[in-house]
Design a binder for this molecule. Structure first.
Ligand SMILES: NC(=O)c1ccc[n+]([C@@H]2O[C@H](COP(=O)([O-])OP(=O)(O)OC[C@H]3O[C@@H](n4cnc5c(N)ncnc54)[C@H](OP(=O)(O)O)[C@@H]3O)[C@@H](O)[C@H]2O)c1
Length: 295
């Protein structure tokens, strides 16, 4: 598997990373529903196939699985990304330290502000960003950035030199990607979060209804152009760019190879994360992610 360096961070990752936050109709992450040992085995299998880049977040519920996997892989051989939703210094330090404890590690490679939709929202997170930069100076985190859920947030990144890395939703079909407005997809994602926290109170009928429908997730041609233009600028500023939603949460699974090759070959994307739930997907995706592969 090819290795790439994420922007100016010096962090080397495999071209393909493994995600542990794939949406499940229940509102949980599909990986969090797996037995701890099973997902750990999958992460180690991915590592043995050249994937040294593991993606998680406080909200995914997969820290126990990653902690288990780390019993079988040397800590310094793997690059772990996590994401925080906190806004203030106190919450950020608490969530960060909780993450260290839950993962049983003494540093995090990449820590991101999670799912930022707009420049305005990003401004409310500057305290959290400063705190992450302090943690970086203390050697507890190697690089900081954000995962984007809106074009306005992406555009704001171009004005913030402190942001070293960006996770951006990208696929050839323009599904589940960032748009200019808080679209139905994001609104439903928020509902999904509410549902997750209170789902035992909701009837089954409502639980399934809050999952976004594919046609509501297709962004406009203009939005798509804006995403690509902005990511190109971000990359030219020596920030690392990591693609996600490459298979649009599985909606593009019938076109998996085309989906992977599309993002793999974008000159402004360093690496990309895919949620993989079985070994066959890992083997197939490793082959396709290899730039020498013409499969
Ligand atoms: N930062 C954020 O705000 C944010 C938000 C969401 C996700 N993420 C991260 O990004 C990762 C990727 O997003 P995602 O998992 O939602 O979506 P995705 O990677 O676009 O799609 C994942 C789905 O693709 C299917 N798949 C994978 N390889 C395949 C293959 N070779 N052939 C056929 N199907 C294949 C799997 O389907 P099956 O279920 O059939 O196996 C899986 O459920 C997440 O896991 C998470 O780590 C970050």
């Amino acid at each position: 598997m090819n290795r790439v360096t994420l922007g100016r961070t010096g962090i080397e990752v495999s071209k393909l990373g493994i995600g542990t936050g794939t949406a499940h109709p229940s509102g949980h992450c599909a990986q969090a529903l797996m037995e701890r040992e099973k997902l750990a085995e999958l992460l180690v299998f991915a590592f043995d196939h050249g994937i040294n880049f593991w993606d998680t977040a406080v909200q995914y519920g997969t820290y126990p699985h990653i902690r288990e996997a780390l019993k079988h892989v040397k800590r310094s051989d793997v690059v772990i990304t996590t994401k925080l939703l906190s806004t203030h210094k106190k919450d950020t330090i608490r969530d960060f330290n909780d993450s260290l404890r839950a993962l049983n590690v003494d540093y995090i490679d990449v820590c991101l502000l999670h799912g930022i939709k707009t420049e305005r929202e990003l401004k409310t997170k500057l305290n959290a960003l400063d705190t992450l930069l302090e943690l970086k100076r203390e050697g507890k985190v190697r690089a900081v950035g954000l995962s984007s859920h809106g074009i306005s947030a992406l555009q704001a990144v171009t004005k913030l030199p402190e942001i070293e890395l960006v996770w951006v939703r990208l696929n050839f079909a323009g599904i589940c990607m960032d748009s200019c407005s808080l679209n139905i997809y994001d609104q439903r994602a928020s509902i999904s979060w509410i549902k997750k926290t209170a789902q035992h109170l909701l009837p089954e009928r409502i639980r399934t209804a809050v999952r976004p429908k594919p046609e509501s997730q297709l962004i406009s041609t203009d939005d798509r152009q804006a995403v690509e233009d902005t990511v190109r600028i971000i990359h030219s500023q020596s920030k690392g760019v990591v693609g996600m939603k490459v298979l649009a949460e599985g909606q593009l699974k019938d076109d998996a190879q085309r989906s992977l090759r599309y993002v793999r070959d974008l000159p402004y994307v360093d690496s990309f994360i895919i949620g993989m739930l079985n070994k066959d997907e890992i083997v197939e995706n490793c082959k396709t992610a290899d730039v020498n592969s013409e499969l």
